[in-house]
Design a protein. Structure first.
Length: 217
């Protein structure tokens, strides 16, 4: 599985960008309820589709800014390259939380992603790169976190810590989301989460914490 993720030279986006990314906008042209219902993590089917996105969890609990967006960007080597995720700056060792309930599909250890995890939630995969800790024999460990391939995780569960593994110039989380094998722009996912909460006058997207897209037995 290719991992197109790395950190460009540190050009941290200001905090106001968070409001822009999470502001009102078009919802994703996806059907997360029907897709997730085919996998381990289900969204309650009684909710309208756009309300289901409110169950998502922002993956970093100590947000400092965005250092690289999804799409083409100038890479560390000075050339334009694709970037299949969103880089979220956070202090070294900060907790990383699972965006959605699911199953650990892959434990990564390579030169680009570094130490990382892939969690599958139905037809969605969410990827977490540049983690602290170690990955050996499909087993990830970092502090009190210990996850093996096949482990069930809750939405919002602490699954690791921000590190410096792989190709990176500073501590951050590379967060990617795929649907049916196709990369999505994580900023669109965040906008959908925010719009879902706004439509119900709910609090803004939580950073960390626990949410419940119930796991199937």
């Amino acid at each position: 599985m290719p991992w197109v993720c790395s950190d460009q030279p540190r050009r941290r986006c200001p905090l106001p960008l968070l409001a822009t990314l999470l502001g009102a906008g078009a919802l994703l042209a996806l059907t997360p309820g029907s897709a997730l219902a085919q996998g381990t993590a289900r969204i309650p089917v009684a909710l309208p589709i756009h309300h289901r996105w409110r169950l998502g969890v922002f993956p970093v609990s100590a947000f400092l800014g965005y250092t690289s967006h999804y799409g083409s960007r100038l890479g560390p080597g000075g050339s334009v390259e694709p970037h299949a995720g969103l880089d979220i700056a956070a202090p070294l060792g900060s907790p990383v939380h699972s965006w959605w309930a699911g199953v650990v599909q892959e434990v990564i250890s390579d030169g680009a992603c570094g130490v990382g995890l892939v969690i599958r939630s139905g037809l969605y995969e969410h990827i977490y790169c540049h983690l602290a800790g170690s990955a050996l024999d499909e087993h990830y460990r970092s502090g009190t976190v210990s996850l093996r391939r096949g482990a069930l995780v809750r939405g919002g569960q602490e699954i690791g810590h921000v590190g410096l593994s792989g190709r990176t110039t500073g501590p951050h989380l590379h967060w990617g989301v795929r649907y049916r094998g196709e990369w999505l722009d994580p900023a669109r996912v965040l906008r959908a989460m925010a719009a879902s909460r706004a439509s119900k006058r709910l609090p803004p997207p939580r950073v960390g914490g626990s949410t419940s897209a119930p796991l199937q037995p």
